[in-house]
Design a protein around this ligand. Structure first.
Ligand code: FNR
Length: 186
């Protein structure tokens, strides 16, 4: 692999002890050489209001600038009611507007998710992939990282303790770096 790659990661949960924040932190520990992961906290992003889209507040501007500065994105996607969380959907809406100023367009993206259920955010991840089509993002197809029964794999300090989960997260960031290089080459 040639050239440094910067990844921006964000989790669609505001919860302090979020399992999705935990898997993002695990990704930061499992990076291949020449890959940097910056984590953006979605706390404080306003609810999207189309009346105000031409005058985005500072947090929205900061988010869009961080996306644009990154070579690739890593999204930790919780599952709420069989879909993506409102926090994540709102973040995508904020980043994609106003029309013609979609910061997400053309970005390589890897998706992962953790839930306390047995399907590990599978349903939410496929909904997220659907939004990626309209947003003109380039999602990595695999490996799929769907952390089911997260309460058994992440400890009270937010450390991912399950070796298989750590291995898959490591594979995901490695594959995202390779995917980003591939897209860079055109
Ligand atoms: C959930 N949860 C959940 N889990 C799941 O596997 N499928 C689902 O459809 C839902 N739905 C759902 C809705 C709402 C409103 C909440 C608050 C929770 C449980 C969810 O997996 C759990 O709360 C995770 O801990 C959420 O992710 P974070 O906050 O730990 O990152």
């Amino acid at each position: 692999m040639s050239g440094k790659i910067t990844i921006l990661g964000f989790a669609g949960s505001l919860r302090k002890a979020s399992y999705n924040k935990a898997i993002l932190n695990a990704a930061a520990e499992l990076l291949p050489p020449d890959v940097e992961l910056k984590i953006f906290d979605l706390e404080g992003l306003p609810l999207f209001n189309q009346d105000l889209e031409s005058e985005p507040n500072e947090k929205v501007r900061e988010f869009k600038a961080a996306i644009r500065a990154a070579d690739a994105l890593l999204i930790a996607c919780p599952e709420y009611n069989y879909s993506i969380s409102g926090v994540l959907k709102n973040a995508l809406d904020c980043a994609s507007r106003p029309y013609g100023d979609n910061a997400l367009s053309g970005k390589p993206v890897a998706i992962m998710g953790a839930s306390i259920g047995t399907l590990g955010t599978a349903r939410a991840q496929y909904h997220l992939r659907q939004s990626c089509v309209f947003l003109n993002m380039f999602p990595l197809n695999g490996p799929e990282v769907m952390v089911a029964l997260a309460q058994d794999k992440i400890d009270a300090q937010g450390k991912v303790t399950d070796p298989g989960t750590r291995e898959r997260i490591g594979e995901l960031v490695k594959s995202l770096a390779a995917w980003t290089q591939r897209l860079r080459q055109g």
